[in-house]
Design a binder for this molecule. Structure first.
Ligand SMILES: Nc1ncnc2c1ncn2[C@@H]1O[C@H](COP(=O)(O)OP(=O)(O)OP(=O)(O)O)[C@@H](O)[C@H]1O
Ligand SMILES: [Mg+2]
Length: 370
């Protein structure tokens, strides 16, 4: 089944890219693409994010009693990462593919910057959207450089520029010798292929990205690094991103908002902190896990607390960017009830107590410092 799904996705990827090839000859590229990148159909320049809205969207497959997606409504504000999460088969991929019309919706509407995706010419729509397939979907007969360069080539980029961009993106995803550019996808591991898929989706710096379990086949250490790199990049160039994952920890780390789905429907959409603090029902509480209190500590850093003075003595130490969970772990492993907070120059600027951290999780959590 997985194998079949992988092949099916690859065929969809082919169809989608063949469409680029066909449209390249008959499109006035200067209208929507420049040598600097692409524009989404709504006329925004590349790297300028646009809000996405689902309005009562449904997808029903013929002969299936239950809708794959039912009456889905939510908004992703411009420049935010919205994570879609939920059990296998709940409709995440279907929801994602309706945005760039790889799957036609049955009812409702999806808008980008207020404009229905159905009112936008399909190749133009897709040029402004980077898509990372759940099952990778790289072209097996094309080198890594050619895979990453697929859309840039259609946009008329020079060979030298494509090579430079491909190398830059490969470095970003933790690969990237000149040699890698000449290799074929089959010569890489599953996780490496997935990273090349992420690089390909980012090639022309699209303002919108749809990412279907982009880091799913990657080992935890590399995944952590990729997530950090991706978030760092996102802070610099804000895109509007819908990011699908199975992993609640990844959702909490990556999402400005998390949308939890079940049986094609939205159960709750909220910030990671609110979701962990106030799950809407038992399903969400189960999904986020019994350790949701500890997970909340990962959302905050020492910077979010008012510091007590540092009054000397041997304390475990951490920077202000350290998560409360890591600070707690440092205290517990050192047998201490206080952690020193270090400034830029490495000297202690204050301290935080175990009670202050525990108070964040109490029945009336202390609001984090602004
Ligand atoms: N072409 C199709 N024809 C009929 N039913 C389909 C088709 N594609 C998907 N479905 C059904 O739609 C539902 C949602 O599928 P979807 O792929 O969106 O799930 P998902 O949440 O992405 O799951 P996973 O986490 O396993 O990737 C599932 O019940 C699936 O069986
Ligand atoms: Mg899926």
């Amino acid at each position: 089944m997985m194998r079949y799904r992988g092949l099916a996705d690859t065929f969809v990827a082919y169809g989608f890219l063949i469409e680029f090839v066909l449209s390249a000859g008959c499109t006035n590229w200067s209208d929507m693409a420049s040598s600097e990148g692409t524009q989404v159909a709504a006329g925004r320049p590349a790297t300028t994010a646009a809000p996405i809205a689902f309005v009562n969207v449904s997808k029903r497959y013929p002969g299936r009693p239950q809708a794959a997606v039912g009456n889905l409504s939510f908004e992703v504000p411009s420049g935010e990462i919205c994570v879609l999460i939920g059990p296998s088969g709940c409709g995440k991929t279907t929801a994602l593919k309706m945005v760039n019309r790889l799957i036609p919706m049955t009812d409702g509407d999806i808008t980008i910057d207020g404009r229905s995706v159905n009112a936008i010419e399909v190749s133009q729509l897709r040029r402004g959207i980077g898509y990372v397939f759940q099952q990778i979907g790289l072209f097996p007969h094309m080198t890594v450089e050619d895979n990453i360069g697929t859309v840039p080539r259609l946009l008329g980029w020079s060979k030298a520029r494509i090579r430079e961009r491909a190398l830059e993106l490969l470095h970003l995803v933790g690969l990237g010798s000149e040699d890698d550019l000449r290799r074929y996808p089959g010569e890489f591991s599953g996780g490496q292929q997935q990273r090349i898929g992420v690089a390909r989706a980012m090639a022309v710096d699209p303002p919108i990205m749809l990412m279907d379990e982009p880091f799913g086949a990657i080992d935890p250490i590399t995944r952590d690094r990729l997530q950090d790199d991706f978030l760092r990049l996102h802070r610099q160039v804000r895109k509007t991103i819908i990011f699908v994952t199975h992993d609640i920890d990844e959702a909490i780390k990556m999402g400005d908002r998390i949308a939890i789905m079940r049986d094609g429907r939205l159960v709750q959409i909220d910030t990671p902190d609110n979701l962990l603090a106030a799950p809407a029902n038992e399903f969400v509480a189960d999904f986020v896990g019994a350790d949701r209190g500890l997970k909340r500590l990962r959302v905050w850093t020492l910077n979010d607390l008012e510091l007590d003075p540092y009054s000397g003595g041997a304390l475990p130490s951490a920077t202000a960017a350290t998560s409360l969970r890591d600070a707690l772990s440092l205290m517990l492993s050192a047998g201490a009830t206080r952690v020193a907070v270090l400034g830029q120059d490495g000297t202690a600027t204050g301290s935080v107590s175990l009670e202050a951290i525990a108070a964040m999780l109490g029945p009336e959590p202390r609001a984090p410092a602004p």
